[in-house]
Ligand binder design. Structure first.
Ligand SMILES: NC(=O)c1ccc[n+]([C@@H]2O[C@H](COP(=O)([O-])OP(=O)(O)OC[C@H]3O[C@@H](n4cnc5c(N)ncnc54)[C@H](O)[C@@H]3O)[C@@H](O)[C@H]2O)c1
Length: 312
C-alpha cells in the first residue's frame, strides 16, 4: 500500500487529507501552523509535523502532496524530490516557468514522479469529452469556450487569477486538443480591490489549424460559474464542471447523458496512487505543469504588451 504525506492542511489540503484517509493511504501530515497539524493528526490518527524536514527525515512515505501556497511550491517540492518521495504539487506547479523546468530536472535526477493538481482532467464530463474527441464521435473539435467565474476566495494572496485559476482551463484546453497553443492573446486587469495581482482575464489561445480556446476567468461574478462549451464540426457539447452535467447538441437534438456524481479529487488521487502502485507515469506530468505556467506567463506578457505572443 502506498503511504502518502500531505504538506499543507489549509482550505484545500484538508480535502487531500480526507481523501487519502478514505483510500487508506494517509501516512502523515505536515503544516507549519501547529493548531492545524495537531487537529488533523488527532482526527485521522497519523503523525503530525510542523517541520517539513522532520517529517521527511522520520517518516517512511512513498509520496507527498503539496498544498501550500503557490510561492512555496518550488522550494517544498525540491526538498521532497531530493528526499526521494514521489511528488504531487497543487496547481500552479510553480509561480514561474524557469522553476518548473528546474523541478522537472530534479524529478529526473531523483527518479521520482512529479505531477500537478490539474483536477479537471479527472472530472467525469471532461474525461468523457476527451474520450469523445479520441474516438472522433463529434467530428473535428474547433472551439473550446471556458468560463470560470466567482467571487475571490480567501487565502489566495501570492498569485493572480491567471496562475491560480486560468491554468486549470489552459491545461484542459491543451489536453483536449492534444497539443499546445502557437499563439496567445489576452487582456487581464484588476477591478474590485487594489490587488497586487490581476483579478480578471480574457484569454485567446490559437492552436494548429482553426482550433481555438477562449478562456474567461474572473473573481468578480457573484455566483459560481464553471462551464465549457466545446464546438465540433458535428455539434456542440456543453459541460458544467460543478454539477457534472453534459448536454450534447447534434442538429436539433439535445441529449443529456446521466451518470452518478463522483468527487473529482477522489478520482484524481485514486489515479495518482494507482499510477505509483503500477509504476506508471501519472496522467498529468511535470512537463504539463511547466507548459501551463509558460502559457500563463505568455498571457500576462500579451496583456501588458497589448500584442499577441507567439510560442515556439
Ligand atoms: N486543484 C484545485 O482545485 C485547488 C483548489 C484550491 C486550492 N488549490 C491549491 O492548493 C494550494 C493551497 O491552497 P489553500 O487554499 O489550501 O491555501 P491555504 O492558505 O488555505 O493553506 C495553505 C496551508 O499551508 C501551510 N503551509 C504554508 N507553508 C508551509 C510549509 N512550508 N510547510 C508546511 N505547511 C505550510 C499553511 O499553514 C496553511 O495551513 C494552492 O496551490 C492552491 O492553488 C487547488
Amino acid at each position: 500500500m502506498i503511504r502518502v504525506g500531505v504538506i499543507g492542511t489549509g482550505g484545500w489540503g484538508k480535502n487531500h487529507v480526507r481523501v487519502f484517509d478514505e483510500l487508506q493511504c494517509l501516512g502523515a501530515i505536515c503544516d507549519m501552523d501547529r493548531s492545524r497539524a495537531e487537529q488533523y493528526s488527532k482526527k485521522y490518527h497519523v503523525p503530525g509535523y510542523t517541520s517539513l524536514d522532520e517529517m521527511l527525515r522520520r517518516e517512511k512515505l512513498d509520496a507527498v502532496t503539496i498544498c501550500t501556497p503557490a510561492s512555496t511550491h518550488f522550494s517544498v517540492a525540491s526538498k521532497t524530490l531530493a528526499a526521494g518521495f514521489h511528488t504531487f504539487v497543487e496547481k500552479p506547479m510553480t509561480t514561474n516557468a524557469n522553476d518548473g523546468a528546474a523541478l522537472i530536472e530534479e524529478a529526473k535526477k531523483a527518479n521520482r514522479a512529479l505531477t500537478v493538481g490539474f483536477i479537471e482532467r479527472f472530472n467525469p464530463p471532461i474525461t468523457e469529452l476527451k474520450k469523445m474527441i479520441t474516438e472522433n464521435k463529434m467530428g473535428e473539435p474547433i472551439l473550446l469556450e471556458f468560463h470560470r467565474e466567482n467571487k475571490r476566495g480567501e487565502g489566495i494572496v501570492d498569485v493572480g487569477i491567471v496562475k491560480d485559476a486560468s491554468v486549470h482551463d489552459i491545461d484542459t484546453a491543451c489536453w483536449l486538443f492534444g497539443e499546445h497553443p502557437k499563439a496567445v492573446y489576452a487582456r487581464v486587469g484588476a477591478m474590485l480591490v487594489p490587488l497586487e495581482h490581476e483579478d480578471f482575464a480574457t484569454i485567446l489561445l490559437g492552436f494548429s489549424g482553426q482550433k481555438t480556446a477562449f478562456i474567461v476567468t474572473n473573481w468578480i461574478t457573484p455566483n459560481r460559474v464553471r462551464t465549457l462549451s466545446a464546438v465540433f464540426s458535428g455539434g456542440v457539447v456543453d459541460v458544467d464542471f460543478v454539477t457534472q452535467q453534459t448536454s450534447v447538441h447534434e442538429g436539433s437534438v439535445t441529449t443529456t447523458p446521466t451518470r452518478q456524481y463522483q468527487e473529482p479529487l477522489m478520482l484524481e488521487m485514486k489515479a495518482f496512487v494507482s499510477a505509483l502502485e503500477q509504476n506508471r507515469s501519472p496522467l498529468v506530468t511535470g512537463e504539463d505543469g511547466y507548459k501551463a505556467t509558460l502559457i500563463a506567463e505568455a498571457v500576462l506578457a500579451s496583456s501588458s504588451s497589448k500584442t499577441p505572443i507567439y510560442l515556439g
